[in-house]
Every structure is written in structure tokens, then in C-alpha cells.
Design a binder for this molecule. Structure first.
Ligand code: ZN
Length: 332
């Protein structure tokens, strides 16, 4: 049962802080009445197939019903409703969306930080999300010619990249799958994932990934991370000392020496396997997928799914986002 304090906080948030102008930066309001929405009410089960005649009607609903989670789906040829559920309507489009979540990195996170369990996040492992954003954002712009890309905090442990270009909106499932395949370097999942061989078709992407990942690794490696690759204790200390001396800027010389040592112990792919971008494929290819409504509150954390301004992405720290929920006694 939701406490009265949480309900009031959600109501206050949607009444005074939820900003429709920001929502419009992420999704087009054209034919708004034909968009599907879904919700998890304060006490109840998830439901979908709902639509609103205007953005203001949506905002009023959020303030009135105080849902724990709010989701937005695709655009159809008529307003979705209980009488006219989405499978009876014609699909008209859905923004191309990329979901990067630390869940996908759980099997390798111990190599960068000491977070325990699925709910933790810290500024060190968050850098994996930042690395993935920088590689994917650049690839979408440079290799696919897309330009209207907005990144949002998911409210918990990840980000969503929304592409608003009309060419992305109309892509079918196969085309979305092709983009995902292009952005994929790992074959398989978790511990057993294998790094794909170099492929000439993805030359630019692969170059960007390798450069980004190795630079990232060198900037962030702790002695134990180096030793976990197979470096001896003294070599690991040596490298770590040099990394610290460079204070976040890795020069080419060090980078070359490191790559040579890595080649000697045959661990080049291991670093890629740990840190290449991991995208939740299902989110990008499912045309009828409901996604967290930009600007809405995440019901588990009380944090809003806010837009990350381009100049904030690299300094953003999810731990610093305050929850709108009042503190809850431990035994509750
Ligand atoms: Zn962490």
C-alpha cells in the first residue's frame, strides 16, 4: 500500500514540476490523441491501451491518479482504448530508442567498482553508461546521419536515448534490428559473451569502440583490475603508478606500451568484452514497446526520468539526483 506521503509527493510533482515543453523535446505532439500510454497505479496492476486527447489531459491525469510508473508507446491510426486496443489498430510509428542499463553489466561490474547487488550504482560504474552513450551517440550521428537525439536518465540505473528524426520514427522491426546488429560487438550474454571478429562493414564503429574502451580502461583501472587480466603484481603497480601520474589524460606512449603488454598475455578481447556498450536489444526492436514516459517519476526510486543536457552527460551522477519521496522508515 502506498503511503499518503508518497502519493502527495507524486501529485505535487506532476502539478508543479512536470514540464510538457520538455516532453515535447523528446516526442512529437503531432496526433497526440493517437498515442498509447500505460500506467502502474498506486495500488494495482499495470495496464495499457489508454490515450489522451491532449498533452494537458495527460498532465491532469498524472496529477489526479498519481501513478507509480507512467509509460508511452507507439502512434496508431486512431486513439487506443479498452474498446480499441492496439492490436486492432494500425501502427504508424515509434521513435527509435536505445536502452542502456547497468543491469546488462552486472556480470562484469566487479571489475570496476564494489557495488553489491542489482540496486546499487556508484559514480565509477556509472562511467560505463557514459562511455556507452558517447560511443552510440557519435555512431548514430556519424554513421547513420541522425541528429535529433536526446538522452534521458531512466530514474534508476540507466539511460534511454530517444531519436526524434522522422526517418527513425518510421523504421520497421527488421531495420531497427540491423542498426542494433551494427552496434553489437558482443555475441552472447554475460560471462560467456564472445567478442565479434573485426568486420569491414563496421570499420568505423569498431575503431570508435576500441579507442573509447581502451582509453576508458586505462583511465579507470585499479591495481586489482589489472591483476585480474593476468598482469603480475609488480607490472600492475607499475602501470597504475603511470596512470595516476597522467591524471586522467592517457598519452599515446603509455597507451602503446599497455597494448603491447596486453597482447603478450592475449587479453585484448577481454577488455572489450568487459566494457563495450551493452544495449537492451528488445527495447529498440519492439515496435509496440511502452517506455518510461520522459519526465515521469520512477516509482521505485522517486527520481524523475529527466533529460540529460549534452554538457551535463559527462558529469551527471545518478546518486546526486534527489528523490521526491519522503524518507520511509526502515521497517516499512
Ligand atoms: Zn558501482
Amino acid at each position: 500500500m502506498l503511503s499518503k506521503g508518497i502519493k502527495t509527493a507524486i501529485r505535487d510533482y506532476y502539478t508543479t514540476n512536470f514540464n510538457l515543453k520538455e516532453l515535447e523535446q523528446v516526442i512529437s505532439f503531432e496526433h497526440f490523441e493517437n498515442r498509447e500510454f500505460g500506467f502502474v497505479p498506486p495500488s494495482g496492476r499495470f495496464f495499457r491501451n489508454l490515450s489522451f486527447e491532449s498533452p494537458n489531459a495527460l498532465k491532469d491525469y498524472l496529477a489526479d491518479r498519481t501513478p507509480l510508473h507512467a509509460y508511452i508507446g507507439a502512434l496508431y491510426d486512431a486513439p487506443p482504448s479498452r474498446e480499441h486496443p492496439i492490436h486492432t489498430l494500425e501502427w504508424k510509428g515509434h521513435e527509435l530508442v536505445f536502452d542502456i542499463d547497468l543491469n546488462e553489466y552486472d556480470s562484469v561490474r566487479s571489475h570496476i567498482c564494489d557495488c553489491q547487488g542489482a540496486n546499487q550504482v556508484c559514480i565509477r560504474c556509472w562511467q560505463l553508461v557514459v562511455l556507452a552513450i558517447s560511443i552510440i551517440d557519435e555512431t548514430l550521428r556519424e554513421d547513420f546521419g541522425l541528429s535529433k537525439i536526446t538522452w534521458l536518465f531512466s530514474g534508476r540505473r540507466g539511460v534511454h536515448g530517444w531519436v526524434q528524426d522522422s526517418v527513425g520514427f518510421e523504421l520497421g522491426q527488421g531495420q531497427r534490428m540491423s542498426i542494433i546488429n551494427y552496434l553489437t560487438v558482443l555475441l552472447g550474454e554475460n560471462e560467456t559473451a564472445r567478442v565479434q571478429d573485426r568486420d569491414s562493414l563496421k570499420y568505423e564503429f569498431r575503431k570508435r569502440v576500441e579507442h573509447g574502451v581502451f582509453d576508458f580502461f586505462l583511465k579507470n583501472a585499479r591495481k586489482k583490475d589489472l591483476m585480474s587480466l593476468g598482469f603480475s603484481s609488480s607490472l600492475a603497480s607499475n602501470f597504475q603508478k603511470q596512470i595516476e601520474q597522467q591524471d586522467g589524460k592517457i598519452d599515446q606512449n603509455l597507451s602503446m606500451r599497455f597494448n603491447k603488454s596486453l597482447a603478450k598475455i592475449n587479453k585484448y578481447d577481454e577488455i572489450l568484452r568487459r566494457w563495450v556498450p551493452r544495449i537492451d536489444h528488445k527495447v529498440s526492436i519492439d515496435l509496440r514497446r511502452l517506455l518510461r514516459l520522459p519526465g515521469s517519476i520512477h516509482g521505485k526510486t522517486g527520481k524523475s526520468a529527466q533529460i540529460l543536457k549534452p554538457n551535463e552527460i559527462f558529469s551527471f551522477n545518478p546518486e546526486n539526483v534527489s528523490s521526491i519521496f519522503p524518507s520511509v522508515p526502515e521497517n516499512e
